[in-house]
Design a protein around this ligand. Structure first.
Ligand code: MG
Length: 374
């Protein structure tokens, strides 16, 4: 890693871990966080969780795992260019979706609905719960015992009610403070990744077409650049060449605007970053064009009838499972039964949130299909 900027997160200024541990030796503290995330069970499950398309719909679509790896790549490039802490940025990016339910946002909305009377369900908070509590890896503590800064980055959003129970970590939501620049980058790298890979997956699936994308200025502008450089290029190469230029343009725009914001506010330390307004941002010129792309994806892809049929089914699976376990917790696997005796709805939500798409489908079949014995 090159020299860190004074406002970068660093081990020296870290607020440390909940359980004190000996120093990691050859690695940095944030590298250790990243490695713990990669070795976690929740991380491996991301391979079988939906991004937009359900895992079994095709081998080439993004899953939460490949999405998280793309986010980490974009995040690292931006952090390194700005002399920020690349290890921390990477750790946050790899962990950002660990708490996601099966079936993407449909699953999360359904579970939130089920949990309405029991404190709700927020996937960012569930990611934190996963690394703080649910992972069973170490002899001395529950969870992964990650550094404060990694946990702070994982908790992207949080309601004020929940923040009030989170001690030091929840304070920023009550005070209106920001997290580190590395966490702010991870947040927007997530967006850069999905806005671009959803175009690619949407085209690959045939749910959206190149002709439809002509109405999206960002895409058309980059497509024209490719066609000028490579006349006659078509098919997948045209799509990839266009999308790689879009990713690059968004990352460069973000880097330049962020640099300007850092200079303007004159922040010198991580704590000044936390107290300043959000510094990682796109330029005012890019923002409306990104909104145009997002609303295109929402209307043409996320609300496509074939996607909606899948999300509707996903909703039903999640709420059926929740209702069945609530009415008879003895249907839960033994380790969850033990937890359900202490806090039934939350233990059930943890169990369902941890499921992969195909596990949830299988569990639904086990519980509801006549003819399935186990
Ligand atoms: Mg994400």
């Amino acid at each position: 890693m090159s020299m860190l900027a004074p406002y970068a997160a660093s081990e020296a200024s870290s607020r440390g871990r909940l359980h004190v541990e000996p120093p990691p030796g050859i690695r940095s503290e944030f590298q250790r966080d990243r490695d713990r995330i990669v070795h976690s069970t929740a991380f491996r499950r991301l391979e079988y969780k939906t991004q937009v398309f359900v895992n079994h719909e095709g081998d080439l679509f993004r899953t939460r795992l490949t999405h998280s790896i793309e986010v980490a790549q974009i995040c690292r490039s931006i952090a390194r260019t700005l002399d920020l802490n690349e290890d921390l940025a990477e750790a946050i990016a790899l962990a950002h979706d660990l708490g996601h339910t099966p079936f993407g946002h449909a699953g999360q909305d359904a579970l939130n609905e089920c949990m309405k009377k029991h404190g709700g369900f927020e996937h960012n908070l569930q990611s934190l719960r996963t690394v703080d509590l649910l992972e069973e890896h170490y002899a001395g503590f529950d969870g992964l015992n990650l550094s404060f800064e990694t946990r702070e980055g994982i908790l992207k959003h949080c309601s004020r009610t929940n923040a009030a129970h989170l001690g030091e970590l929840g304070q920023r939501f009550l005070r209106g403070h920001q997290p580190t620049l590395e966490a702010q980058i991870a947040n927007l790298a997530d967006e850069i990744a999905y806005n671009n890979h959803d175009i690619d997956d949407g085209l690959r699936s045939g749910l959206i077409t190149l002709e439809q994308l002509l109405e999206v200025a960002l895409f058309t502008e980059k497509r024209r650049e490719v066609e000028a450089q490579w006349p006659g290029l078509g098919g997948r190469r045209l799509i990839h060449e266009t999308i790689r230029r879009m990713i690059n343009m968004m990352a460069v725009d973000l880097i330049e605007q962020t640099r300007t914001n850092i200079v303007h506010t004159g922040v010198q330390t991580v704590d000044e970053v936390r107290a300043a307004p959000r510094l990682v941002a796109y330029s005012p010129e890019l923002q409306p064009r990104l909104l145009e792309l997002k609303s295109f994806l929402r209307e043409q892809l996320y609300w496509h009838f074939q996607v909606l049929r899948m999300t509707e089914k996903a909703r039903r699976i999640v709420s059926d499972l929740f209702d069945a376990f609530m009415s008879d917790p003895r249907l839960l696997p033994p380790q969850y039964q033990a937890r359900a005796r202490l806090e039934k709805p939350r233990a059930i939500a943890d169990y369902i949130a941890g499921m992969t798409d195909r596990y949830a489908i299988k569990e639904h079949r086990r519980l509801f299909a006549v003819g399935e014995i186990y």
